[in-house]
Design a protein around this ligand. Structure first.
Ligand code: AP5
Length: 212
């Protein structure tokens, strides 16, 4: 299975990709996570890309393509989350697939309103220990002090209102036009991501033929 999960920031790409990975066994490749790991490792590259990431700007194409390609080559079956985000990246992905004689199965676009997305991202919390993503209201973590308590939690540095607005602007300007590109290929499926998490999961699983 080779699927792209596309959608504006906060639409739930990471949330749904994790569920899809669980159900199908395909590898979840999340470029935002690759970027954050590189920054955490404090490499020269990490320092360079931190400036972009903290402001909510896209990392330059040649850097993100070089970072992502090895993961595409290593895995036969994947769910791509956060890539491609520009025409250049979409072309690079096509070339990488052509090189191995394979094709994309599907591009699933998660759609929701910007105002709802800002609210979601402001309430996002991530467990430092497990990396699991929660929402203070829509997907609260297990109770504090309980056996399953995965705290402490962190808020992402780019989850400030200013960086969120920047990320949404860049999505509408640079990434959203890719919908036409994939629509022409006949592999675009749109899912209403304003519904609650489980309902969206059902729609996503239906799209890939894994609903029960
Ligand atoms: P990245 O990590 O990909 O950030 P993003 O695009 O801003 O996406 P998010 O992770 O914020 O949103 P999501 O859709 O995954 O939402 P989530 O499931 O967490 O990228 C970070 C940075 O890396 C970029 O800004 C850029 O600098 C760089 N980068 C990455 N890829 C790049 C590329 N290809 N090119 C260039 N640069 C790149 O959900 C959000 C919250 O909402 C959670 O709290 C969740 O619990 C909650 N939630 C989810 N679904 C629902 C629902 N249905 N109802 C209610 N709440 C929900």
């Amino acid at each position: 299975m080779r699927v792209i999960l596309m959608g504006p920031q906060g639409a739930g790409k990471g949330t749904q990709a994790a569920k899809l990975e669980e159900e199908t066994g395909a590898t979840h490749i999340e470029t935002g996570d690759l970027v954050r790991s590189e920054i955490k490792s404090e490499t020269e590259l990490g320092q360079k890309i931190k400036e972009y990431s903290d402001k909510g700007e896209l990392v330059p194409d040649e850097i993100i393509i070089d970072m992502t390609k090895p993961y595409l080559d290593e895995n036969d079956s994947w769910i791509l989350d956060g890539f491609p985000r520009t025409q250049e990246q979409a072309r690079a992905l096509d070339e990488a697939l052509e090189d191995i004689g394979e094709e994309l199965d599907m591009v699933i676009v998660l759609e929701a309103d910007d105002d709802e997305l800002v609210e979601r991202l402001s309430g996002r919390r991530q467990s430092e220990a497990t990396g699991e993503v929660y929402h203070v209201e829509h997907n609260p973590p297990p109770e504090e002090g309980s056996e399953e308590d995965p705290g402490p939690f962190v808020q992402r540095e780019d989850d400030t209102e200013e960086a969120i607005r920047n990320r949404l602007d860049s999505y509408h300007e640079q990434t959203e036009p890719l919908k036409d590109f994939y629509e022409e290929k006949g592999i675009l499926v749109t899912v209403d991501a304003s519904k609650d998490i489980d309902e969206v999961t059902q729609e996503v699983l239906k799209a890939v033929g894994e609903d029960k």
